[in-house]
Design a binder for this molecule. Structure first.
Ligand code: TPP
Ligand code: MG
Length: 397
């Protein structure tokens, strides 16, 4: 039996290839503790491997953080007003959302989940087009090609395979595209997660898997999901480097994700970044988080809020002024106002569009269902014209 291994092929993020087999394997391992460059009190925390992003970059990203929080708050309010059917909020995870979007270039692709609305908007997609999905009007309200953002995936981990496919295609074409694929801690238990990571590693494709570990998959805590030392440790099993980062530290996220993207672009292959963060609110409005976790747990994470620490840090450096704070707040309010106005406008939806744009040729079942719907709509229209309720005699609908 051959004892050949692939040790030596992998590289630490931003590090050099090679070394003895054991050091090469070791180089794939994540840091023992999540990388942190700014602590929860706003103090810098230097790290030899990851330089702090410069002030302008941090300030710009901080502005997006403020907008992200505002978008989350606005969307939650619109759910309560019945204007959105559902909103999986990223409240508390905004640093992950912003960093995932801003580390990419125009030629790159982002593959988000249902929770990543803020990342999609930060990348430049029109907020109203993004929220169309969560209003229930369309499967996706935006053109994925316009900003190179795939549709937000609700079936867990499916987007990871699509992301690997796009990265593989880009590599075959000789393009410099990098793909960043997002998923949650729960999604790492899916078979698709395994298939995506294995394919990506074997074919050495330019993809960054970004896992937002917010400690819950609806009501299931991480300890019931895995007993691996961390989710980042899973990477070594596929032969790619893993890294852990403080998911509420915008500076660390920009540095670590930025290094992973550079590495992929330079031909270094895939890697996995796990961000340690926390889902501050319920899974969605359909969930009651008080049934499975304590208020004290949530309270502990309030102190680690990504906005608070970055504000303190930027103020200490005199990078954030009263005026720029006001400008960021005004900008965020303007985005929220656009969302409010747009979602308070009634849309005319055509229910028969439900059957369009999926298959080039509809299946016989879909043709039958579409015909039934058309008949029902015609009956309703006739009834409305005649002033009756539209139901047929004996109709049990
Ligand atoms: C294949 C699949 N199985 C189950 C579900 C139902 N489901 C929706 S969200 C969710 C939890 C996912 O948790 P995680 O991956 O940690 O992401 P988070 O919601 O915390 O961002 C589950 C089980 C689904 N959407 N898709
Ligand atoms: Mg989760």
């Amino acid at each position: 039996m051959s004892t050949a291994t692939n040790e030596g092929r992998g590289r630490r993020m931003g590090g050099a290839a090679g070394g003895t087999p054991s050091t090469a394997a070791h180089a794939l391992l994540p840091s023992p503790e999540p990388v942190q460059l700014v602590d929860p009190e706003g103090h810098p925390h230097p790290d030899d491997r990851y330089p702090l992003p410069d002030g302008d970059r941090l300030l710009g990203a901080y502005g997006r953080l403020i907008a992200g929080r505002r978008i989350n708050d606005q969307a939650n309010a619109l759910v309560r007003q019945g204007r959105l059917a559902v909103y999986p909020s990223s409240h508390g995870q905004e640093a992950c959302q912003v960093a995932a979007a801003v580390v990419l270039g125009d030629e790159d692709w982002l593959f988000p989940t249902y929770r990543d609305t803020v990342a999609v908007i930060t990348r430049g997609v029109d907020p109203l087009e993004v929220l169309t999905l969560l209003r229930g009007d369309w499967h996706a309200g935006y053109d994925p090609h316009e900003h190179r953002v795939a549709t937000q995936a609700t079936p867990l981990a499916t987007q990871l395979l699509h992301a690997v496919g796009v990265a593989h295609a880009a590599k075959l074409r000789g393009e410099s595209t990098v793909v960043l694929a997002m998923c949650g801690d729960g999604a790492t238990s899916e078979g698709d997660f395994h298939e995506a990571l294995n394919f990506a590693a074997v074919f050495h494709v330019p993809v960054v898997f970004f896992v937002q570990n917010n400690e819950f998959a609806i009501s299931v805590p991480l300890k019931n999901q895995t007993v691996a030392p961390s989710l980042a440790h899973k990477a070594i099993g596929y032969g790619m480097p893993g890294e852990r980062v403080d998911g509420n530290d915008l500076a660390a996220l920009l540095a670590v994700l930025g290094a992973a993207v550079d590495r992929a672009r330079d031909g270094g292959g895939p890697s996995l970044v796990e961000a340690h963060t926390y889902r501050m609110q319920a899974h969605t409005n359909a969930d009651d988080a008080t049934r499975y976790r304590s208020a004290d747990d949530v309270e502990r994470w309030v102190l680690k809020d990504p906005i608070l620490r970055m504000r303190t840090y930027l103020k200490t450096l005199d990078l954030l002024t009263e005026e720029s704070e006001q400008a960021f707040a005004a900008d965020a309010d303007a985005t929220a106002a656009v969302i409010r106005k747009g979602l308070n406008t009634e849309v005319e939806v055509n229910p028969t569009e439900l059957f369009e744009y999926v298959y080039t040729e509809k299946t016989s079942q879909l043709r039958e269902q579409a015909a039934l719907l058309r008949e029902e709509l015609a009956r309703d229209a006739d009834a409305a014209a005649a002033g009756t309720d539209g139901s047929m005699e004996g109709d049990q609908r």
